[in-house]
Design a binder for this molecule. Structure first.
Ligand code: AMP
Length: 607
């Protein structure tokens, strides 16, 4: 059966897993790590770096290293999250051609899905190396609270990376799958998922018959570990300003070092009560004078600095339980997901709120990818009787007269689902109607997320109110919205394309995918060349080692002298192929080198 991977495309780290047989496993990357930093950089030489290697050079190449791109995926240029990121990240954020966000690295700008695609492509490569086979299909997870634009953009990222995204699933739901699959349990659980960039809470009913039903979900796509880091950074910057009168925000490299140090301090404080933050030569203060930053941070102080952030997650939990029509005491287990749930204050507050100790059995960094792999397996293998019933996190609706928002599909409806609405003309001889599709909970249309707009044209000329069009709004199992229309009088169906206001065009996606495929081919070729180079150099070293002795032994033989000359010439050829990076010539040279090596060994063994 074709292998399909599950990818947790995280704000801070990403993880890939595969389910073979019945048990899913996380696939380690080449460094042996089970998660890979969601970071992309472009070096001065124009080389693209992804993952750990991008993270390692982030301080010295801060302006060209992107982290937390997930916070910007599917966002509009003028949205509050884009504006907030513009102020705080060291890389440069610019506006794109579709009112979208682009990231400028060196002399090029990239769309956010392109950056995410680079991370997805890296996960695909990790899986291919492990499986020794091509991987073309994936299930990708997104925060439950992602809206349609964010989901579409994630799907586009998959396409650009050369992956057919067979399903998008919600992160907390994936975690619940990994927790409950194959255990034959009947249980009501809450999944509290606090990652690097987003917070989600989902309440699910797990049935012994492998039915996973989400009852309600909520969250905040701009609340996560990055905000905790920012609080520590603010505290450090403020303290430094008071002491030296210098604003560290003016220096991008200092900012990147502060971010690293803040995150590290935060992590240290999950296991200890106090930590030292030491940043020598953080900034220069005039000629020949460098200033250092040195402070100690206590767990209590961190908890004070971040109290409101934790409280926000707890408030959302309360609202979700209420929305599910349940009381806290009915929840039988609480599953913690995401790196931030290692923070003591988070664990304590969650335990206090639910009045029970959270479950310790799942690995917070790996459980989402494992769940995605289980879903991938179930989608491919029809014999698996697993049913996943998720819900839509946002109300879907349209704008009506007066700028109001009218609900079409309510929040927390089980997906896939569809609802229809009848529209009539409001003017005589009106031949077109414009409909704005939005997602959100506000009564005012403008406060909700605009998913797109469409114009129904070619309507029959008639007095107002006499043309009736039935418009069907659909949310599929990925949580992605589509719309179609039917003229009720003629029964004719109009297909409507909702033009997402901030998405990429199909042409753009196609071009980006082709470019990404070229990159993959080039990278694979370069890896192949590197392997061949190492092999050739190893054989050359061995031949070199034997050379003098063989030369001595064949001194008197003309045939022997000829063989030595040939050996010299093939070594020369191999070196030239290496210098010219010519894989084909190098591969041929390796074959001859191997023969020479064998011959030398033969001569020596006869001595
Ligand atoms: P995730 O998106 O699930 O990979 O979570 C990443 C977030 O978890 C980042 O903000 C990390 O800084 C944070 N994190 C990871 N380990 C710890 C830890 N031991 N203590 C506190 N936060 C952590």
């Amino acid at each position: 059966m074709e292998k399909v991977i599950g990818i947790d495309l995280g704000t801070t780290n990403s993880c890939v897993a595969i389910a073979e047989g019945d048990s899913p496993t996380v696939i380690p990357n080449r460094g042996g790590y089970k998660t890979t930093p969601s970071m992309v950089a472009v070096t001065e030489a124009g080389k693209r770096l992804v993952g750990h290697i991008a993270k390692r050079q982030a301080i010295t190449n801060a302006e060209n290293t992107v982290y937390a791109a997930k916070r910007l995926i599917g966002r509009k240029w003028n949205s509050p999250p884009s504006m907030a990121a513009k102020e705080t990240v060291p890389y440069s954020i610019v506006s794109g051609p579709h009112d979208d966000v682009r990231l400028a690295l060196r002399d090029r700008t990239y769309s956010v899905p392109e950056i995410s695609a680079m991370i997805l492509q890296e996960m695909k490569i990790i899986a291919e190396d492990y499986l020794g086979d091509d991987v073309t299909k994936a299930v990708i997870t997104v925060p439950a609270y992602f809206n349609d634009n964010q989901r579409q953009a994630t799907r586009d990222a998959g396409t650009i990376a050369g992956l057919e995204v067979i399903r998008i699933i919600n992160e907390p739901t994936a975690a619940a799958l990994a927790y409950g699959f194959g255990k034959k349990i009947d249980r009501l659980v809450a999944v509290y998922d606090l990652g690097g960039g987003t917070f989600d809470i989902s309440v699910l009913e797990i049935g012994a018959n492998e039915v996973f039903r989400v009852i309600s979900t909520a969250g905040d796509t701009f609340l996560g570990g990055e905000d905790f880091d920012a609080r520590i950074m603010d505290w450090l910057i403020q303290g430094f300003k008071e002491e030296h009168g210098i604003d560290l925000r003016s220096d991008r490299m200092a900012l990147q070092r502060l971010k690293d140090a803040a995150e590290k301090a935060k992590m240290d404080l999950s296991s200890q009560l106090e930590t030292e933050i030491n940043l020598p030569f953080i900034i220069s203060a005039g000629q020949n004078e460098a200033l250092h930053l040195q402070r100690s941070l206590r767990r209590e102080t961190l908890e004070d600095l971040c109290e409101d952030l934790v409280q926000r997650t707890i408030d959302i939990c309360g609202a979700t339980i209420q929305e599910a029509g349940l009381s806290k005491s009915e929840i039988e287990d609480v599953i913690l997901v995401g790196g931030m749930t290692r923070m003591a204050a988070v664990q304590r507050r969650v335990a206090e709120f639910f009045n029970r100790e959270p479950c310790k059995g799942v690995h917070p960094d790996e459980v989402v990818a494992l769940g995605a792999a289980i879903q991938a397996m179930a989608l491919m293998d029809q014999t698996k009787d697993m049913l996943l019933l998720d819900v839509t996190p946002h109300t879907l609706g349209i704008m009506v007269v007066g700028g109001y928002f009218e609900e079409v599909i309510p929040q927390n409806s089980t997906v896939p689902t569809s609802r229809s609405k009848i529209f009539t003309t409001v003017r005589d001889n009106q031949t077109a109607v414009k409909i704005l599709v939005l997602q959100g909970e506000s009564k005012r249309a403008e406060e909700n997320e605009l998913l797109g707009e469409f114009i129904m044209s070619g309507l029959r000329r008639a007095p107002k109110g006499q043309v009736e069009i039935e418009v069907t709004f659909e949310i599929n199992a990925d949580g992605i919205v589509s719309v179609s229309a039917k003229d009720l009088e003629t029964g004719l169906k109009q297909s409507i394309t909702v033009t997402a206001s901030s998405g990429l065009t199909e042409d753009e996606i196609r071009n980006m995918a082709a470019e990404s495929q070229d990159f993959l081919i080039e990278r694979r070729a370069s890896e192949e060349f590197e392997k061949a180079r190492q092999e050739a150099e190893r054989i050359i070293r061995e031949i070199d080692r034997m050379f003098a002795e063989v030369e001595h032994m064949v001194q008197g033989s003309e045939f022997g002298q000829e063989a030595l000359a040939k050996a010299r010439s093939i070594i020369e050829k191999a070196r030239q192929a290496i210098a010219e990076r010519h894989l084909e010539q190098l591969t041929t040279a390796i074959d001859t080198l191997k023969r020479t090596q064998k011959m030398f060994k033969g001569v020596l063994s006869r001595s």
